[in-house]
Ligand binder design. Sequence first.
Ligand code: PMP
Length: 412
Amino acid sequence: MNTPAAIELNLEKIRKQFPVLHQQVNGNPLVYLDNAATNQKPKRVIDALTRYYEHDNANIHRGIHTLAERATKAYEETRHTMQRFINAKHVEEIIFTRGVTESINLGSSSYGRAFVKAGDEIIISGMEHHSNIVPWQLICEEKGAIIKVIPLSEVGELDLDAYQKLLSGKTKVVAVNHASNSLGSINPIKEIIDLAHQVGAVVLIDGAQSSAHLPIDVQALDCDFYCISSHKMYGPTGTGILYGKKELLEKMPPYMGGGEMIKDVTFEKTTYNDLPYKFEAGTPNIADVVALNEAILFINELGKENIANHEAELLSYAAKKLSSIPSVRLIGTAREKVSVQLFVIDGIHHFDIGQMLDTRGIAVRTGHHCTQPLMERYGIEGTVRASFSVYNTKEEIDLLAEGVERIVKFLK
Ligand code: PMP
């Protein structure tokens, strides 16, 4: 893994690489603070997409002509780069999907179909995205298995004592996020994984919010599955990966049937392809996978630690500024966080806050952030969410705070 020494990032140079940032929205310079939903793409990622379509576009694996060979090579190169990015032992443990949602569905339905039975238990946490709740509910409904939920504290930290009490010989799967898209909490996944393994359960980690911010070493973590979305790490939408341990993936049945995932087909019987192709039926999202390579290189060149340090500084600056505004209440104040901050203003609906900020060119997210059970835990319907990326600045947070302050003055 390429990890440059700790450096102060040159924000001006970084911002220049993101064309979308340089525009006016509603008459004001865009302040993009919706990075947990999707972050923006550097020019090199956009160029990789164009280059692919202008020079190399062909279907992969099946062709012997030059373009097909070039396209296949570029697609497979991303698999190798991703293998190094998460330190997977084998390249065939990287399966391309449409993103975390599909990765979790692949994991839950394939593993679940083969190994979960009536009366088994699946443990998730109280801060999961709907993508890491509903797929497990589907398999539980099908199999007669039961979902158990790890509770969390008021500040937004998982209760590990309660988790240990939930674990038993009945636990088949533990599925938790590495970092929460709502609270920002970074979960102690190594401990969660080790405890799950003691009762023989497999662990799936939802890495949607960690891949651009936290170091990931799937061998050191010893997780069984790890899910990543390209679009949350400066890459294109519509692609991502499921990492799975080879010995597990080999035992799991295919998720989708079709071209590429087969060795031999007759009307009587089909034999399946080797990993990773057994799980990659049909023509994949080739161009976006090819461009994802550039996104990983972008992160590697800046250094995840440098990105994380910059974002941590932004987060604590934002938390301080926002919490000093009368009637603003922060939600999610765990000790270890990625750069996501929820807040509410008592008496003002979060949609109104989002809309009023948009008139000032400030993009934030409002609503339940696909974590309705978590909102229920806090007795609220939704919040405003500001989330920061490597290209954000303290001046942008000043603009956010100024905007929020004016809303409070105007509406209260
Ligand atoms: N899990 C978490 C924690 C997320 O933040 C998201 C995206 N908001 C997802 C899962 C789903 O990811 P995607 O929409 O990329 O499939």
